[in-house]
Design a protein around this ligand. Structure first.
Ligand SMILES: CC(C)(COP(=O)(O)OP(=O)(O)OC[C@H]1O[C@@H](n2cnc3c(N)ncnc32)[C@H](O)[C@@H]1OP(=O)(O)O)[C@@H](O)C(=O)NCCC(=O)NCCS
Length: 200
């Protein structure tokens, strides 16, 4: 496989199902995947409705193999939570009644993380967040994730941006390695996660 066979473009909402498929396949323990596909679809819809989000996909012959979203997570999560409050509580109670302890520990872990990160929040001007990046499982480790980042950074969206941040689990050594390989630097630890930044 050569890099030239792939091209990075803006993603269209027509790829929504493929994005959700890649997300569920590659990030099954992500909290949104744990709550369910409906939340992932609603999150993606929020991203597409937001004028301040950049959505890029890596394609080969019009087939999507990976995607990356940039934007402001707090705004999207707030909206998502308020609009899906009843559904999220329903899913939580359903998992609680079924004694799904692994899922329960995820809900608790993410809730504590959100509180801690909110308290630690440093509002930065001219910055953006890498919200999520994922490459189809059978195409990983072929440089596609790195191409997605490098090509996305050429977009005019970043003209006035000084800094991009991303959060990943401290235990996800491969992800940390991936971001460092793409020039992100670790700047903080927040409740089992590391915060990395790419400064221009
Ligand atoms: C993280 C991810 C986007 C990287 O994309 P990629 O195309 O596999 O990465 P690249 O080929 O450009 O870079 C490879 C490097 O990434 C790291 N890496 C991260 N996840 C990896 C994986 N699942 N398989 C192989 N390498 C991975 C490796 O350490 C590798 O470093 P090396 O070249 O020193 O060996 C992709 O592996 C993925 O979709 N993972 C699952 C979803 C995820 O965890 N996303 C990040 C959190 S939002």
């Amino acid at each position: 496989m050569t890099d030239k066979e792939f091209n990075v473009n803006d993603i269209s909402i027509n790829d929504l199902d493929k994005i959700a498929e890649i997300w569920l396949e590659t990030l099954p323990y992500n909290i949104k995947a744990i709550i369910g596909k409906k939340i992932i679809i609603n999150y993606i819809n929020e991203i597409f409705e937001s004028s301040i989000c950049l959505k890029k996909g890596i394609y080969k012959f019009n087939k999507l193999h990976g995607f990356v979203f940039f934007g402001n997570d707090e705004d999207i999560i707030k909206k998502l939570f308020l609009q899906n409050f009843t559904y999220i509580i329903f899913c939580f109670l359903k998992d609680l009644l079924k004694l799904k302890f692994k899922k329960m520990s995820c809900y608790v872990d993410v809730s504590i993380y959100l509180i801690v990160s909110f308290l630690k929040k440093r509002k930065a001007e001219n910055s953006s967040e890498l919200l999520i990046i994922a490459v189809s499982k059978n195409k990983q480790n072929n440089n596609l994730g790195s191409i997605l980042i490098t090509e996305s950074l050429k977009d005019n969206y970043f003209a006035k941006i000084d800094k991009i941040s991303v959060v990943t689990l401290k235990s996800a050594k491969e992800n940390i390695n991936f971001y460092e390989k793409n020039n992100f630097k670790i700047i903080d630890n927040i409740y089992g996660r590391v915060l990395l930044e790419l400064s221009f």
